[in-house]
Design a protein around this ligand. Structure first.
Ligand SMILES: NC(=O)c1ccc[n+]([C@@H]2O[C@H](COP(=O)([O-])OP(=O)(O)OC[C@H]3O[C@@H](n4cnc5c(N)ncnc54)[C@H](O)[C@@H]3O)[C@@H](O)[C@H]2O)c1
Length: 459
């Protein structure tokens, strides 16, 4: 794939510009006030996107033990999701959930109303499908509220560029922003990183990661039932649609990608990949069921990533690093406990074990919230958005390589003009969806080698 470096932003320019912006930021005064040191030190939280993770993040927020914290408003596009989330949280947290019916908001504008219930310096949680991140974040910046946003934070090139700009704006306003790549807060991985940095496995030569299981969440979908709108269906089953989630690749593989790049200490410059759908039947989603990606770092180091959602095959959910003097397990099975270990050879067995993080481990989903709220109370810098966008973009880079069949470089994805949901801020539940089905009810799917510059064609 050719790179439009002259007209677009090159990786080098981009890194230089964000570095300068960071310096400029240091010169800008605090604009989000340190309200929580005053007489009322309650931090209020608004939950936008009241599904599984949003409810979990709200529970983590309400479990932080360093001062009063309350859930004050909730927003979702679907009433049933909000109701179930409210009931679960109310049962568990009682008075800490202070959301009467007139602070429960439904619809595409609900996020604004929930954020309006906060005072500057409070926290909004964004746990909708990632397509909405930039839109909701824009409003949070306008209203000077801190944010916790779930991963991925972008799904394509144009929204990544937009989010880099928003990241800078929010940093200049002294907003504290957490991104739900919670493995970055895992104590075991932190100790492993220190050991890798101090040379315990030598230079990293190769990394490997696997997320292989049966079908997960809403990654595969049957045809839309006649009694619900197109947009309703696509949002309910957002893992099936690239505009909403980046598909199963972005949603499921970003954690492994992020933790490997973290251990390596940089982002890959290039991806090439294979992918396909072995068993589609009548299903209409846009996902492949298998992805095999080779990421390359600028020093030539390779990182191999395998994603598969097929039942009955070998299952594995783990990341590994291989160095010139030994090897390491970054994560063992899912996110936590990581059970990080170091081995003196490439054979990862007991005989070669030189270090293992002691068990049990603390829950990284809770740690990320403890650290965010502590930073808000102490007015310490806390800003994960740039890194979150970089992780999301590197994820999109691998996905685009598989979906187009081309080598995709950092600058290709950064400058890619294919915005999956360009009119996102104008959606209404009964209006048109960002993706339309053909007369047979089928959506465009990736065609590697045929569609070389876009992951799918819009009908
Ligand atoms: N960090 C992690 O380990 C982790 C784990 C699970 C999910 N996630 C992330 O959290 C996000 C949500 O995933 P989930 O599993 O909770 O999905 P979910 O379907 O359970 O929840 C999403 C909720 O957002 C609502 N919603 C959709 N569009 C909205 C909009 N425009 N405004 C308001 N509400 C809207 C939906 O109705 C739903 O209630 C995803 O980005 C996912 O990748 C992260």
């Amino acid at each position: 794939m050719s790179t439009n470096e002259k007209q677009g932003t090159s990786r080098r320019t981009f890194l230089k510009t964000t570095g300068q912006a960071a310096v400029a930021t240091a010169l800008v005064g605090a604009m989000v006030p340190r309200v929580h040191a005053a007489e009322d030190n309650t931090i209020n939280v608004a939950l936008v996107g009241c599904g599984g993770r949003g409810s979990g993040a709200a529970a983590n927020a309400l479990s932080v033990g360093n001062g009063p914290i309350k859930l004050k408003a909730m927003a979702d596009v679907f009433d049933d999701r909000l109701k179930a989330s409210y009931e679960g949280l109310k049962n568990e947290f009682g008075d800490k959930v202070d959301v009467p019916n007139d602070r429960k908001y439904i619809g595409f504008e609900a996020y604004k109303k929930a954020i309006d219930e906060l005072k500057p310096g409070d926290v909004a949680i964004f746990a909708t499908p990632p397509a909405f991140r930039w839109l909701h974040f824009t409003y949070a910046i306008e209203k000077n509220v801190n944010v916790f946003m779930e991963k991925p934070v972008t799904v394509d090139g144009p929204t990544s560029r937009r989010m880099f700009d928003l990241a800078e704006k929010s940093r200049q306003k002294n907003m504290k922003v957490g991104v739900g790549l919670m493995c970055r807060h895992c104590e075991a991985r932190h100790e492993l990183l220190d050991r890798i940095r101090s040379g315990e496995i030598g230079d990293i030569l190769t990394m490997r990661a696997y997320r292989m299981s049966g079908p997960l969440a809403s990654c595969f979908s049957d045809p839309k039932p006649a009694n619900i709108s197109e947009l309703h269906y696509q949002i309910r089953r957002f893992h099936s649609f690239l505009w909403a989630s980046g598909g199963c690749y972005s949603d499921f593989l970003i954690h492994n990608i992020d933790e490997c790049c973290w251990m390596k200490g940089g982002w890959p410059v290039e991806a090439k990949a294979c992918g396909g759908r072995h068993f589609r039947g009548d299903q209409i989603d846009q996902n492949f069921d298998s992805y095999s990606v080779e990421y390359t770092f600028d020093d030539g180091t390779k990182f191999f990533l395998e994603g598969r959602n097929i039942a009955g095959c070998h299952d594995e959910f783990a990341s590994y690093a291989h160095g010139s003097r030994g090897s390491a397990i970054i994560s063992t099975a899912s996110h936590s406990p990581a059970k990080c270990r170091i081995f003196k050879s490439q054979v990862m067995d007991k005989a070669n074990l030189v270090w293992a993080y002691p068990q049990p481990e603390k829950n990284p989903y809770q740690l990320e919230w403890n650290e965010l709220i502590a930073a808000i109370r102490q007015d310490k810098p806390y800003h994960e958005v740039h890194r979150g966008v970089e992780a999301s973009m590197v994820t999109s880079m691998g996905r685009m390589a598989a979906h187009t069949g081309q080598v995709v470089r950092w600058d290709d994805i950064l400058n890619c003009e294919h915005e999956f949901a360009p009119n996102l801020d104008q959606l209404t539940l009964d209006g048109p969806a960002p993706l339309l089905a053909n007369a047979e009810g089928k959506y465009p799917v990736p065609l590697p080698g045929i569609n070389k510059r876009r992951e799918y064609d819009v009908i």
